[in-house]
Design a protein around this ligand. Structure first.
Ligand SMILES: Cc1ncc(C[n+]2csc(CCOP(=O)(O)OP(=O)(O)O)c2C)c(N)n1
Ligand SMILES: CC(=O)[C@@H](O)[C@H](O)COP(=O)(O)O
Ligand SMILES: [Mg+2]
Length: 630
């Protein structure tokens, strides 16, 4: 079938099971081919081909609302809703988003990217439906990993309490990105093995009705058997106790099973949870055999061999520099404990976990719990290292405020994927952490100019015993600089002058230092001498140096790959205002809007965070200063 000709999912209604099976093959082939060049979340999407087709066959999107939790597994949904023709632009600048996008299609009822939000969104939609008196179905599809997210449990609790008509699809493939963790995961395992609870219960109920009303004893015994069945067969009890009708576990690749249970759920009142067991990566052997999470989200690969087409060698990944330095220090300091909210692979903590299994915690998709557990560890004199993506730290903000900073606890935050991340787009850009951390009392926030300074900052964080300290670092690889053998402490709050100059000063840190130095070199040819400062501590700032710079009368450009509102540049302007300085300060950074997907280079170009713009700004303010002095 030519998938690019699909306009909407209505064509599925008349298809036979055999035709659906053939469609599955076409879609798998399409995904494997398309993603071999574009990269993307191949494993999750291969696992939901039949599930997605069955959902669109039984329900009527866009009237019926599908909410794809995390949303990384919505490629099949996008194919069936008329977007296969655009798959060449997937995750590319101004192309198809890798997650559901309401302005992309009326079939994308709910936008996701961060995990565990679908049930709460569904509850809102179901409540609105009942208030408005409409009759659409609300169907959140949540993975076993996403179910470990606290807000998913908050929503289950409320949905069950309200007994809302809703059909929750639990897509259980035993994997988060890495193998799934947690007691709930184990319970799901027991459910998977306990077989079909509902079928037995229904059969028993049919039997009960057939027993003639002789001796109430027989009937009451049979009733007791039925009720005890629920406890004998663990399957579904957890959900049944929360007020859900539990269906399953069912084979998520079997159309008859899927369609029968979806139709059964349609006519069941109240909240229903269908436990669907799928295989992540199904239909492509390298992805099917993946047990660590390599095929969760990939770059381009060679279909025939499953070899990834990324450059071999080159500078180390930032995540490895940080996590491996922590591992090196942990050999000497048994107080060091590493925590990750379900990102052991992305945060490159496998080595630490192997060497220190008792001092490594993957808490599941539970950022709030991770932050506060780290605080608990710190109260007992441990040195917790929490490796967490900037964007996912947003999920644990109050815990940073209330449990870590307020108690002034020695938690070391490794804020990975800080700055623009690129193809994952607006839900994943790590651009808010400076603005939501720098105003917190007791917080120290730093960012290295290269991986050598990065390892020294890890060492500094481990030495630091005066409260919380955060090291932010970007997605991707370092610059390939020489790494010092000996680790050294960097004085907290100290900045570094990289280049002297008298006509203007650029304050910046991390990934934008290169841009600043290139601009300064270019301006030298135009007889402008520009000072460049590595403002590697965003908090506390180097106030002595700031006073000297402001007193010299020099104009400023600040640059940050982070939001301008409340960012580093704002801190410099606040400092000037508080101290009565009137020097011109031009702030460069992320504007007040969400930045969509594309390569980091394209996105920097889009927001004018470029060497050329730095040159333009410096010339402008330096020229003004010269005029004033003339
Ligand atoms: C709040 C949050 N934390 C972490 C992530 C990173 N993440 C993306 S997908 C995923 C695993 C999801 O597992 P599951 O829900 O089972 O879906 P599957 O990939 O197995 O289909 C994680 C941890 C995220 N998107 N959001
Ligand atoms: C969907 C999701 O949230 C993760 O899969 C995320 O895309 C991982 O990002 P990295 O590729 O930067 O590890
Ligand atoms: Mg899963």
């Amino acid at each position: 079938m030519d998938l690019t000709k699909i306009k909407n999912p209505q064509f599925l209604k008349k298809m036979s099971i055999d035709e659906l099976e053939s469609l599955s093959e076409d879609i798998r082939r399409f995904l494997i081919e398309q993603l071999s060049t574009s990269g993307g979340h191949i494993g999750p999407n291969l696992g939901v081909v039949e599930l997605t087709i069955a959902l669109h066959k039984v329900f009527d999107s866009p009237k019926d609302k599908f909410l794809w939790d995390v949303g990384h597994q919505a490629y099949v949904h996008k194919i069936l809703t008329g977007r296969a023709c655009d798959f060449g632009t997937l995750r590319k600048y101004k192309g198809l988003c890798g997650f559901p996008k309401r302005n992309e299609s009326e079939h994308d009822a709910w936008e996701t990217g961060h995990s565990s939000t679908s049930l709460s969104g569904a509850m809102g939609m179901a409540a609105a439906r009942d208030i408005m008196g409409t009759d659409e179905y609300v169907i959140p599809i949540i993975g076993d990993g996403a179910l470990t997210g606290g807000m998913a449990l908050e929503a289950l609790n409320h949905i069950g309490h309200e007994k809302k008509d809703m059909i929750v699809i639990l897509n259980d493939n035993e994997m988060s990105i890495a193998p799934n963790v947690g007691a709930l995961h184990s319970a799901l395992g027991r459910m998977r093995t306990a077989g079909k609870y509902n079928w037995v219960k229904d059969e028993l109920e049919v039997l009960l009705k057939k027993i003639p009303a002789v001796g109430g004893k027989l009937a009451s015994t049979a009733e007791r058997i039925k009720d005890s069945l629920k406890y004998l067969v663990v399957s579904g009890m957890f959900f049944e106790e929360l007020g859900f009708t539990y269906l399953g576990p069912i084979d998520g690749h079997n159309y008859n099973d899927l369609i029968e249970n979806l139709k059964y759920a349609k006519k069941t009142e109240g909240p229903v949870l269908i436990h669907v067991v799928t295989k992540k990566g199904k239909g492509y052997e390298p992805a099917e055999l993946d047990t660590i999470g390599t095929w969760h989200g990939t770059g381009p690969y060679k279909i025939e061999t499953g070899d990834f087409l990324k450059p071999v060698g080159g500078p180390p990944a930032w995540s490895s520099v940080v996590s491996e330095t922590v591992r090196r220090l942990a050999r000497e300091d048994e107080r060091i404990v590493a925590l990750t909210p379900a990102m052991p692979v992305g945060s490159k903590l496998e080595g630490f976990a192997k060497e220190f299994p008792d001092r490594m915690f993957d808490v599941g998709i539970a950022e709030q719990h991770a932050v506060t557990m780290a605080a608990g560890l710190a109260t007992q004199g441990m040195k917790p290292f929490l490796a967490i993506y900037s964007t996912f730290l947003q999920r644990g903000y109050d815990q940073v405020v209330h449990d870590v900073c307020r108690q002034n606890l020695n938690v070391f935050f490794g804020i990975d994927r800080s700055g623009l991340v690129g193809e994952d787009g607006e839900t994943h850009q790590g651009v808010f952490d400076i603005a939501f951390l720098r105003h917190l009392p007791n917080m120290v926030l730093m960012m290295p100019k290269d991986e050598n300074e990065g390892q020294h900052m890890v060492y500094t964080a481990n030495k630091y015993d005066d409260g919380p300290i955060a090291l932010r670092y970007p997605r991707g690889n370092g610059l390939g600089v020489k790494m010092d053998e000996e680790l050294k402490e960097i004085p907290i709050g100290s900045w570094e002058v990289l280049k002297e100059g008298t006509d203007a000063v650029i304050l910046t840190f991390g990934t934008t230092i290169g841009m600043a130095l290139e601009a300064a070199d270019y301006l030298k040819k135009e007889n402008l001498s520009v000072k460049v400062v590595n403002a590697r501590f965003i908090k506390p700032m180097d106030e002595a140096l700031l006073h000297d710079l402001f007193k010299s009368g020099i104009p400023f450009v600040t640059i940050e790959e982070a939001v301008l509102q409340g960012g580093f540049g704002s801190a410099v302007v606040e400092f000037a205002s508080d101290n009565g300085y009137t020097n011109r300060v031009v702030r460069m950074g992320i504007p007040d809007r969400f930045i969509e997907h594309g390569s980091v280079k394209e996105l920097l170009q889009e927001i004018d965070l470029t060497k050329e713009k730095v040159v333009e700004n410096v010339k402008l303010i330096a020229a003004r200063r010269k005029q004033k002095r003339a």
